[in-house]
Design a protein around this ligand. Structure first.
Ligand code: HEC
Ligand code: HEC
Length: 455
């Protein structure tokens, strides 16, 4: 009796699913019988046995599964929405200026460090190191890519910035990154790029009076730089901040252009959507298809890595081991306070957004145990090419990542959002094989992937 009920229920589901496919236009009227047969086949023994003579069972998906696969496809990525906090975010003049600044070592005191030192275009805008390192000093975190990052609500592993342009200001003054100051950088940009700057932002101020605008002033920990900054008038500090924010806005306009490229997986998803098994089996091996099945099935990876960029954009503690000699990293539980205090945030005076447009900041969750040791879920596009992995660069390869998901040790402090998968070696390898199908170079005009010609 029970079994009959179950069979009846699943038949009802299958007919329903076929109707969904039909009404969504995925199958035409003449094909509805075929769609039902197809779904029935897919449910019989799970792999289409009986109805699909000769077709590779690895590529047999139910309607619901095909919906999930499609949801991960680049074809579902919406056009990049404008950033209301950056009025020049889509200006081509701002892109050109930001492009130059992204590669310009002049935004560092010794001329050696630019954004591209760590975000290297030939390495998918990462640096291949466990922890970012310039001038032989490690930073506490691993360099994430900036490809497609414009879709993010929060920036940095802990989300301590709420826009791309506010983010682009921070490394310029971090002692272990560019190591510069905002007075030096605004002066440098107005001296070297004045006409380009003015074409985007209008007349630039005159910062030549050294008694009002010290050469190295910034609100940073360094005593001399801080004292110089505090010695300036409020109006002069505001003028410097305005130009500094504009530097960030032009760099953001440039970075917005760097989007993920179409991968083999996206072609597979396209074939899966119309249930073209022949094409699917040309595109994916049985192992890769099995890996995809595990990715959204038993592996539950799509709980966090979902949508066309393979991230839900939120923060999770996944109980990572600490690198030797390092201290516990609070992650999101500190990042929330930092973004609220940032003078360059969406609600600040240098933002172009209206108060009500700062939705993320207005509804930010400031505290909670789930924020302790939580980090932003990274996207997984091209992930095979961007080792090492995680915010602390703890894993050298995808095998080590899978070992972690298989064991999922408890986190301390905080608690891990993972459950141990205990996959077999074959299953783990299949997931990795699937991740490899996400490889694709960035989608951006070729000239934006190298320094501007005159540099
Ligand atoms: C010393 C190497 C280094 C330099 C130089 C550097 N970055 Fe980064 N970048 C990092 C690291 C490391 C992180 C992650 C830091 C963290 O989360 O605390 C990061 C994070 C980012 C993020 C956030 C990505 C995300 O997933 O949220 C963006 C965007 C970014 N950098 C852009 C830039 C820009 C623009 C510049 C130049 C103004 C720059 N970076 C300079 C190493 C660097
Ligand atoms: C509970 C949410 C969650 C689940 C489930 C999850 N991940 Fe993650 N994943 C994360 C977070 C958060 C990070 C970054 C953690 C950090 O650096 O502290 C991450 C990082 C990664 C990275 C490293 C990416 C990089 O650029 O450093 C890979 C690869 C990865 N996950 C793959 C997977 C796979 C495969 C699965 C399924 C077996 C999975 N994840 C399941 C949240 C999750």
């Amino acid at each position: 009796m029970r079994r009959l009920l179950v069979a009846g229920a699943s038949l009802a589901f299958i007919v329903l699913a076929a109707l969904v496919l039909f009404s969504s236009g995925l199958v035409g009227a003449g094909n509805i019988g075929a769609a039902i047969r197809d779904l029935l086949g897919a449910s019989a023994g799970g792999r289409g046995i009986g109805f699909q003579s000769g077709a590779d069972p690895a590529h047999s998906w139910t309607a619901a599964e095909r919906g999930i696969i499609a949801s991960l496809s680049l074809d579902r990525l919406p056009p990049l929405p404008p950033d209301p906090s950056n009025a020049v975010g889509d200006s081509s003049d701002a892109v050109a200026l930001g492009h130059a600044l992204f590669f310009d070592g002049g935004l560092s005191p010794d001329g050696t460090v630019s954004c591209s030192t760590c975000h290297q275009p030939q390495s998918y805008f990462t640096d291949g190191k466990a922890l970012a390192n310039v001038r032989d000093i490690d930073t506490p975190r691993h360099t994430p890519t900036i490809v497609g990052i414009a879709y993010s609500d929060w920036f940095y592993w802990d989300g301590r910035r709420d826009s791309q342009w506010a983010q682009a200001l921070a490394p310029q003054e971090a002692a272990i990154e560019h190591g510069g100051t905002r007075t030096a950088h605004v002066r440098y940009v107005l001296e070297n790029y004045r006409s380009q700057y003015e074409a985007v932002f209008g007349p630039g101020p005159d910062f030549s009076d050294a008694s009002r605008f010290p050469s190295d002033a910034a609100p940073v920990e360094d005593g001399a730089k801080l004292a110089a900054w505090e010695g300036m008038s409020e109006a002069d500090r505001g003028a410097v901040n305005r130009v500094f924010a504009n530097i960030g806005k032009s760099i953001a306009a440039y970075s917005r252009k760097i989007l993920p490229g179409r991968s083999r997986f996206d072609d597979y998803a396209e074939a899966a959507l119309v249930n073209d098994r022949e094409r699917m089996s040309e595109l994916f091996s049985a192992e890769e298809a099995e890996g995809l099945r595990l990715f959204f099935g038993d592996g539950q990876c799509t709980d966090c890595h979902n949508g066309p960029l393979f991230t839900n954009g939120t923060f999770h503690n996944i109980g990572l081991p600490l690198p030797q000699g390092s201290r516990f990293d609070q992650g999101r539980s500190l990042g929330t306070f930092q973004v609220v205090e940032d003078v360059f945030n969406c609600q600040g005076e240098f933002s172009d957004a209206k108060e009500e447009e700062c939705v993320e900041l207005r509804f930010i969750k400031l505290e909670g145990e789930e924020l302790i040791g939580a980090f932003k879920v990274p996207g997984l596009r091209n992930v095979a090419e961007t080792a090492p992995y995680m915010h602390n660069g703890i894993f050298p390869d995808l095998e080590a990542v899978m070992r972690h998901y298989n064991h999922a040790p408890p986190a301390f402090p905080g608690h891990s959002d993972l459950v141990p998968l205990a996959f077999t070696e074959e299953q783990s390898e299949a997931v990795i094989a699937f991740l490899l199908t996400l490889s694709a170079p960035p989608d951006a005009p070729a000239e934006l992937l190298r320094p501007p010609v005159n540099q």
